[in-house]
Design a protein around this ligand. Sequence first.
Ligand SMILES: Nc1ncnc2c1ncn2[C@@H]1O[C@H](COP(=O)(O)OP(=O)(O)OP(=O)(O)O)[C@@H](O)[C@H]1O
Ligand SMILES: [Mg+2]
Length: 309
Amino acid sequence: MNELRQRVANEVAKAVVGLDDVIDGILMAVVSGGHILLEGPPGTAKTLAARAVSRCLGLEFTRIQFTPDMLPSDITGTMALSGDSLRFRPGPLFSGAVLADEINRTPPKTQAALLEAMQERSVTVDGTSHPLPDPFVVVATQNPIEYEGTYPLPEAQLDRFMMKLDVDYPTENEEIAIADLERVGLSDAAVETIVNVTSVQEILDTRSRLDAVRVEDKVTAYAVRLVRHTRSLPSVELGASPRATVHLLAAAKAWALLQARDFVTPDDVHDQASLVLSHRLVMTADAAIDRYNPADAVKAALTAVPVPK
Ligand SMILES: Nc1ncnc2c1ncn2[C@@H]1O[C@H](COP(=O)(O)OP(=O)(O)OP(=O)(O)O)[C@@H](O)[C@H]1O
Ligand SMILES: [Mg+2]
């Protein structure tokens, strides 16, 4: 998979400067069947990166801009008259890669429809279940400075995302490289030149290889201890769930594969923990007042739980 990773990285680099961890993260999610949450300020290429990666993975890409007046059926689809019979008309969720932009802007009912589809990999309308494509990946964005007047996702739902990746402002040199990219007016011309460098079959084959990645008992035990430790921290009101353990080990396996290894090391678990755990933690009111945040709590767990030798 490190060879696939290289192909993807080279292709995406035509249009996107930096953001290596976002590109790796989306690839890891596609391969393991997880979903990604991106958090970062506006204009930092969250949309562009998701579009570029889907394009080079050959996945159909749709972008759903979430708004306060959106209904669940606007994303899942509805029954519509076709001739004189009612037929299911699939919504924008029926796509290999879905960019769910600003999920915190839509009311809970519509958020729930998205998260349910992510989990079930199908959509049920009028009692009939319609399977979503495979591979199917949701990349959702939240904008951290715009929380006011929005509908923050309950942690129980954030738990469905395999990883949360933070997107930061570029360095000065990166920003110069961004400015120098080919454009037509304001629009990114380079992204149109990205070609598909893989196939659905290769993605599914990589998933089988992921399942075969070996995890020693002591590594599993380490992941379990880390997750359980988040539940016992005094600053944390709600710790990470057993689902988080499953996601952490899947991320560690995908990460190992990206490094061309067929076994997980304790360091893989250690390195993925901050990406996999922090968005699942609910801090106590006191911790929040002290600006002690979930990332700090994950760091505390990483310090407290010894890495097995
Ligand atoms: N790292 C980057 N590489 C290439 N282009 C970039 C990069 N960062 C910003 N840009 C430029 O800025 C534009 C804005 O990016 P994009 O629309 O993807 O941002 P966003 O993070 O999705 O913003 P928003 O939160 O407002 O949706 C891109 O289309 C591109 O022209
Ligand atoms: Mg965007």
